[in-house]
Ligand binder design. Structure first.
Ligand SMILES: Nc1ncnc2c1ncn2[C@@H]1O[C@H](COP(=O)(O)OP(=O)(O)OP(=O)(O)O)[C@@H](O)[C@H]1O
Ligand SMILES: O=C(CO)[C@H](O)[C@H](O)COP(=O)(O)O
Length: 424
């Protein structure tokens, strides 16, 4: 057992294979005495890998997380016996923390100060940094919970160090200290046209009661709660759809100032744009999806199509891939993104028959699958998830596989270091 330092925050360790009862970060020593009600951490035989997923609300993070969890098998759910309004999702391998829990100003406080949740002043980055760092070092934390129903910060919950910690939300790459802790980062970049189309679809369907139930099943909890508040506003104050559109637009200045710039720091960006297959299309129904992958990122080899480093435009429609109007087109090539060298794989259009995706998969390389057709199998398994017939679902699945690969490489490296430092 190797203990590197004892701090006021808890006991940190440098070895990843020891057994010790630790006091979670975020609670005082006296509170720690009543810790018996919390489970206790012991025997970490992995090194927690930290992934950042940044996006505006309602941009597909929940669907992405469901695909990621599925790559590792098992089902994700809220912490057992914890706060019923928890935003956390835990599975055997992954724990997904929603960064809304680090709002330092509740809804009332933000209103009083005239600032939005996107404004860094409404968020506690010191606590976010301290807790993500602790989890990465194998120390449990007691994290606040932001309740999207009441708009208040509520009684905290215990989070134990998982194998893979995903921090998702508005600001995972905003604070340089938190950014430094990320082993891999992703930004979901939904163009304004598409974002607007997605939000209006949701709003429209909620005004049609027969569609509400089926839709609500595919919505993330926070989006659903936001919509319920919105519905209440509609009923109580007679807000029009136009005013809701205006309230979405009101977020834009802070989005442009604080959220969007984070994409320059991301290791992978999934861009979702209107199709170019239909002239002047700005409906945002058929999507052109680009996976922008930084070169030179440790443990991450960018995906390529056919021939690494070349520039390729491919229309696979024909004998092996059924396409209906407006068809489907792939692109692969090098590019520059915020002065970084990147590779881009792009898919414009929709898959007609999901099982034929195997044809496209077989021409993609560096996809980190464990067997032939694994991507197609995942996509078929979750055919009912949003974006399964286009590049959004495909690239989310690919990134899920790349995260699994990154996790395995990091564990293998940690294990070999461990073997060197403590030989038998
Ligand atoms: N791939 C997709 N294709 C089409 N629509 C999508 C897709 N992903 C998300 N959407 C739209 O965006 C909405 C929100 O999706 P989701 O709940 O996954 O987002 P979220 O970022 O987790 O939201 P929140 O931040 O509110 O928790 C969906 O109900 C749907 O209307
Ligand atoms: O941008 C958001 C992230 O999901 C929310 O608007 C933010 O968390 C504030 O939540 P609420 O509107 O429920 O008070």
């Amino acid at each position: 057992m190797a203990i590197s330092k004892v701090s006021a925050l808890g006991i940190h360790h440098e070895s990843f294979s020891f057994h010790m009862v630790l006091r979670p970060v975020g609670i005082s020593a006296s509170e720690g005495k009543s810790l018996r009600k919390f489970p206790v951490i012991s025997a970490l035989d992995w090194r927690t890998v930290v992934i950042g997923l940044a996006a505006d609300s309602g941009c597909g993070k929940s669907t992405f997380m469901r695909r990621l969890t599925s790559v590792f098998g098992g089902v994700a759910g809220p912490p057992k016996g914890g706060n019923p309004d928890s935003n956390t999702l835990i599975s055997d391998t992954t724990t997904v923390i929603c960064l809304d829990d680090y709002h330092s100003l509740d809804r009332h406080g933000r209103k009083e100060n005239g600032i939005t949740a996107l404004d860094p002043r409404a968020n506690n980055f010191d606590l976010m940094y301290e807790q993500v760092k602790s989890l990465k070092e194998g120390v449990s934390v007691v994290k606040p919970v932001y309740n999207h129903v009441t708009g208040r910060i509520e009684s905290p919950e215990l989070i134990e160090p998982p194998k893979i910690l995903v921090i998702e939300g508005l600001h995972p790459m905003y604070d340089p200290r938190v950014r430094e802790l990320l082993d891999f980062s992703i930004y979901l970049d939904i163009s304004s046209d598409v974002k607007f189309e997605w939000k209006s679809q949701v709003s429209l369907s909620l005004s049609l009661p027969s569609l509400s139930l089926s839709l609500s099943l595919s919505l993330s909890r926070s989006l659903l709660l936001w919509l319920l508040v919105w519905q209440r506003d509609m009923a109580e104050r007679g807000h029009s759809l136009e005013s809701i559109k205006a309230s979405i637009a009101a977020r834009k200045p802070d989005f442009d100032t604080y959220i969007d710039p984070q994409k320059q720091h991301a290791d992978a960006v999934i861009e979702v744009l209107p199709t170019q297959l239909i002239l002047d299309d700005n409906e945002g129904k058929i999507l052109r999806v680009r996976m922008v992958m930084k070169e030179g990122v440790k443990y991450f080899d960018p995906v390529y199509l056919f021939d690494e480093g070349s520039t390729i435009s491919w229309i696979p429609c024909g004998r092996k891939l059924t396409c209906s109007y407006p068809g489907i087109k792939l692109f692969y090539g090098p590019d520059t993104y915020y002065s970084s060298e990147v590779s881009v794989v792009e898919i414009d259009g929709e898959f007609e028959k999901l099982e034929e995706l195997i044809y496209v998969e077989s021409h993609l390389n560096n996809i980190s699958t464990k067997f032939y057709g694994e991507i197609t199998q995942q996509m078929l398994r979750h055919a009912d998830y949003l974006g399964s017939n286009n590049g959004t679902g495909l690239f989310q699945t690919v990134i899920g596989l790349k995260i699994r690969d990154l996790f395995e490489q990091i564990q293998a490296e940690a294990a070999s270091k461990q073997a060197i430092t403590s030989p038998k």
